[in-house]
Design a protein. Structure first.
Length: 361
């Protein structure tokens, strides 16, 4: 299908049953409003928790609700002082104790793994902050004294709600002094650039055609996402969006770790490597803050990876936070474009719903 022959408006009206493109367009405004929603006026209990210190933060969640915990972890690894561990399971780690704050996130408030783990932690004396739109998780604050709720915004598919959820997670950690806070000027400048990035990657507009062209190039290839260790949360979320929005497989590799094993399968230096390597499409996910040695590794990989389908996707902005948010914008537009090209409704998740039905019975 030639890019010029793609009738985007027709594909959107035919396939986009839940307005995924519209939710993607509002990602940066969702994030901005979410940051503003977490304050002492609306959540006075924050002032009490500000007096406490924590050995770490255990982030409970699944899917898109867990992605924010990964982002918090890499931000703290980069410029914080407190460890963050994201845990995706029914159980809590055996090493956990009440000196660790628990951050439980579920868009619906009914994610069974998160609900079960949160209740277990509360019964063991945890202080828990819940971020949810409602559901059983949001009601735990009425049952447990040390459980506090930050309400989120509903009415949309969970994977489109990352702006709502992550902003509340980040703002909460900043208010508690667990993560450093941007100045007001820095925040406003970042939001202005993210606004521009969203418009520039909106494939419904003429200036967004590069995203559509990339989606076209990726439409028949198996996908690999490679990037530096600090962007691993971006790689994971990118993979998940490709899986769920586009209905496609994708695999990830974090540098430098993948240079110690996976690089052999790519071949290109006197070795055959995997037979499918030349048909594999590779997206190198980067940002300005990559360490010099990792930058050398990425450049070497670009030069020696034996495929004609390789692109560098750069996260713009002066900070790691902004680079990660910029990547979120690009990946969401790209994965929706991929879905439309494949004739898939980007909101359709029939296998997930079928499995939930099976578990309920």
């Amino acid at each position: 299908m030639d890019e010029d022959s793609i009738d985007i408006e027709n594909l959107l009206s035919t396939l986009d049953s839940q307005g995924m493109a519209g939710f993607t367009q509002t990602f940066f405004t969702d994030f901005e409003k979410g940051m503003d929603a977490v304050n002492l006026e609306h959540l006075p209990w924050l002032s009490e928790l500000q007096k406490q210190t924590w050995n770490g933060v255990l982030c409970l969640g699944m899917g898109g609700s867990a992605a924010g915990g990964d982002f918090l972890s890499t931000l703290s690894n980069h410029a914080g002082e407190t460890p963050f561990i994201t845990h995706r399971d029914y159980r809590i780690p055996s090493w956990w104790n009440p000196s660790w704050l628990v951050l439980a996130t579920s868009h619906s408030g009914n994610t069974e793994e998160t609900l079960h783990a949160t209740e277990t932690a509360l019964k063991q004396g945890a202080t828990v902050i819940v971020i949810a739109t409602g559901g059983m998780l949001a009601g735990l604050g009425e049952l447990y004294e040390n459980c506090y709720l930050i309400p989120s915004i509903g009415g949309q598919p969970p994977r489109t709600a990352f702006g709502h959820l992550f902003s509340r997670q980040l703002a909460c950690m900043q208010h508690l002094g667990i993560l450093p806070r941007q100045s007001e000027k820095e925040f406003e400048s970042m939001m202005l650039r993210l606004h521009y990035a969203s418009d520039a990657n909106d494939f419904r507009k003429e200036e967004g055609s590069d995203i559509l062209a990339l989606a076209q190039a990726l439409s028949t290839q198996t996908l690999a996402l490679l990037g530096p260790q600090e962007l691993q949360p971006v790689l994971i979320r990118f993979k998940n969006q490709i899986n769920e929005n586009s209905g496609r497989f994708a695999r990830i590799g974090a540098i430098p770790e993948m240079n110690h094993n996976e690089i052999v399968a790519w071949g290109g230096i006197g070795e055959d490597g995997d037979p499918a390597r030349e048909e594999q499409a590779v997206l190198f996910i980067t940002w300005d803050g990559i360490s010099p040695q990792v930058r050398k590794r990425v450049d070497w990989m670009i030069e020696h990876t034996p495929t004609d389908f390789a692109w560098k996707v750069h996260g713009e902005g002066p900070s790691l936070l902004e680079a990660m948010l910029h990547h979120c914008i690009v990946m969401d537009w790209l994965t929706i474009a991929l879905a439309l090209i494949h004739g898939k409704d980007p909101a359709a998740i029939a296998p997930i719903l079928a499995l939930k039905g099976h578990l309920a019975n």
